[in-house]
Design a protein around this ligand. Structure first.
Ligand SMILES: *[C@@H]1O[C@H](CO)[C@@H](O)[C@H](O)[C@H]1NC(C)=O
Ligand SMILES: *[C@@H]1O[C@H](CO)[C@@H](O)[C@H](O)[C@H]1NC(C)=O
Ligand SMILES: [Zn+2]
Length: 595
């Protein structure tokens, strides 16, 4: 940024120090006289060096004073070179994407496109740093504590949605941005009530309380409505339990509540297309395009007429928010999440994952294009909340296994996610087929869905015998053939990458940082007062209760979890408890796999 320039451009050149010999420099650093100089007479050359050095010191001090004065005049100044200070901030989250997801996806992309080894992802070209991700309750964070580090810039316990370890709410950057006059938006591919988006516009003690999160996000909480645009899935949490496809425990109509609070509501691809790329829409707008999660990109691309893609949603949001802030002194804050990279990690499904990361890379590119063409100053910063799956682009489980190999080709033949094929299989089983039919169905799924022709009879019979773990069996068949390794069905403590459109504007995030520093950057860039939001939340929230599904009065932030209890609320992961792993390794493919 401009205010750094006087310091950098007027710094005395290093020629003066080049003149000094190394021993002298060493002496200056250590404070110990050098051997050589202590024995030799002080020559004119020596005093000239000293003179030059003192001159350099004074010049540096002078420049520092100038820089401080310059910065002071900027801070207090109508004379600022940025006439309005108007700025847009796009924060992107790649949920569950660790560094290895990039090498996995890059190699896949190169294979698929027949590109040379030097071909990079767009993300690769914008790497600026890394983030350390631990939460207050665990070395391995979940997405709730991870996103609270971004939204509140504070560490909290796993499962907390912008609530601190003492169960007080913390004001978020989005809430503060709204108060300061910015427009705000959230774009995701999971449920809009899932942890990452929830952490920007809701406060609950446990992430599983998605019904309550839905209410808060449309404005039914102490601050009123703070989000101007929401795109994603999770419709079932907005529909009363008396309707089909509701997943609410109560009969509250949250779409109705949203409309009462001023939202336009859309739920189909057709309505999305009518927004004309963002030119024809009214804010606030709530767009919920799936009952729960938007399908994985590897599946969604076959249902393009049903669900918009991540980059399409991001582009419409950017256009709409830009349009809506055109006459304003403030810009907008938009969070865009590649939500399901994480789910592909949980499922240990490498084929689903590469398509999720490519979709995120595309959305990242859309944001870069927007920033390039928009006249308002703006920056894109992106990072992950954590790594998922303990992914490695290698799988050498036998002591005798000799080769260093990883085969992207095995991923390019996969046409659907393990999740989708599992769903198809369960639907088929519900129709009570004969056992001969069942076997040919399974064989067909393996060859057409997974693109695997060399499957064994054992693999088929295991799928017939244990349909409940079919999802993991499919993912494992692909992982083995591509030689992709996984160490967990959960998250890991790996550091994750930080990306930006502009390393100068995001200078504070260059290098290795605690995840809360990402949160610090967001509020600093927008120049918003988050503390006053925290104060307002605590004042207005004290003693505030809501009615739960059983008719009881509970705190507006819901029940407090028992201390030390690890609450996770990931009902989309029924096998998360490790149950699958125990049974999984029993199968007889002749692999002793170190068990
Ligand atoms: C629907 O919600 C109401 C409370 O709002 C509850 O009394 C009722 O039992 C719920 N019905 C079902 C089927 O869950
Ligand atoms: C992918 O499919 C093609 C065409 O069926 C086949 O030739 C190739 O061997 C397959 N690759 C892998 C790794 O299975
Ligand atoms: Zn996760």
């Amino acid at each position: 940024m401009a205010r750094d320039e006087p310091l950098l451009s007027n710094r005395p050149s290093s020629e003066t120090s080049n003149d000094r010999d190394l021993a002298e420099e060493d002496a200056l650093l250590t404070g110990q006289p050098t051997q050589r100089n202590s024995n030799s007479p002080r020559t004119w050359k020596f005093w000239r060096e000293v003179g030059l050095f003192v001159w350099a010191l004074m010049a540096t001090a002078f420049v520092v004073i100038l820089a401080v004065l310059y910065q002071k005049s900027q801070d207090s100044g109508p004379s600022s070179p940025e006439p309005t200070g108007k700025r847009n901030l796009i924060f992107m989250v790649s949920d569950g994407m660790g560094p290895t997801s990039l090498s996995l996806t890059r190699s896949f992309m190169q294979f698929q496109n027949g590109a040379p080894w030097s071909e990079q992802l767009v993300l690769d070209q914008h790497l600026i740093g890394q983030s350390r991700t631990r939460s207050s309750s665990s070395l391995i964070t979940d997405s709730a504590a991870g996103a609270t580090a971004f939204s509140c810039a504070q560490k909290t316990y796993n499962s907390a949605i912008s609530v601190l370890p003492n169960h007080e709410p913390c004001g978020t950057v989005l809430e503060a941005a709204k108060k300061a006059g910015y427009m705000t938006g959230l774009v995701v591919t999971t449920r809009i009530t899932d942890a990452t988006p929830a952490c920007f516009a809701a406060h609950v003690n446990q992430r599983a309380e998605e019904d309550r999160i839905a209410e808060q996000m449309v404005g039914d909480y102490p601050l009123g409505r703070v989000v101007d645009l929401m795109f994603g899935g999770g419709r079932c949490h907005f529909l009363p339990n008396s309707t089909d496809n509701s997943c609410r425990a109560d009969n509250k109509d949250i779409v109705g509540l949203a409309k009462k609070n001023g939202f336009d509501y859309i739920s189909t691809r057709k309505e999305f297309d009518k927004l004309k790329g963002g030119a024809a829409l009214n804010l606030p707008l709530l767009g919920l395009f799936a009952e729960t999660d938007v399908p994985y990109e590897i599946d969604r691309r076959n249902d393009d007429d049903v669900y918009p893609s991540l980059h399409e949603m991001a582009e419409v949001a950017l256009q709409a928010l830009s349009e809506a802030t055109r006459g304003s002194e403030k810009g907008f804050f938009l969070m865009v999440e590649g939500s399901r990279i994480d789910h592909a990690g949980h499922h240990n499904d490498p084929a689903a994952q590469v398509h999720e990361v490519l979709a995120y890379d595309k959305a990242f590119t859309s944001v870069l294009d927007f920033l390039e063409n928009d006249e308002t100053e703006g920056v894109l910063v992106g990072t992950s909340d954590h790594e998922t799956g303990g992914l490695s682009t290698a799988r050498q489980l036998h002591a005798t296994y000799p080769d260093y190999v990883w085969y992207p080709g095995a991923l390019s033949n996969v046409s659907h996610s393990a999740e989708h094929l599992d769903y198809e299989y369960k639907k088929y089983l519900a129709s009570n087929p004969s056992s001969a039919d069942k076997e040919s169905f399974v064989r067909d799924i393996i060859s057409s869905g997974l693109g695997i022709k060399d499957f064994s009879d054992d693999e088929v019979s295991k799928l017939l015998k244990e349909p409940n773990t079919a999802l993991y069996q499919y993912a494992d068949m692909v992982s083995r053939r591509s030689q992709t390794g996984w160490s967990s069905h959960g998250h890991s403590a790996a550091d994750v990458n930080i990306y930006s459109s502009d390393p100068k504007a995001a200078l504070a995030l260059v290098g290795n940082h605690e995840n809360t520093e990402v949160g610090d950057f967001l509020r600093d860039y927008l120049g918003v007062d988050v503390e006053s939001v925290t104060k307002e939340l605590r004042e207005k929230g004290t003693g505030l209760t809501v009615t739960d599904a059983e008719g009881n009065q509970v705190s507006w932030m819901g029940e407090v979890p028992e201390d030390g209890q690890r609450l996770d609320g990931q009902d989309h992961l029924p096998n998360y408890e490790g149950d699958f792993r125990k049974r999984h390794w029993n199968h007889g493919r002749g692999c002793d796999c170190g068990m």
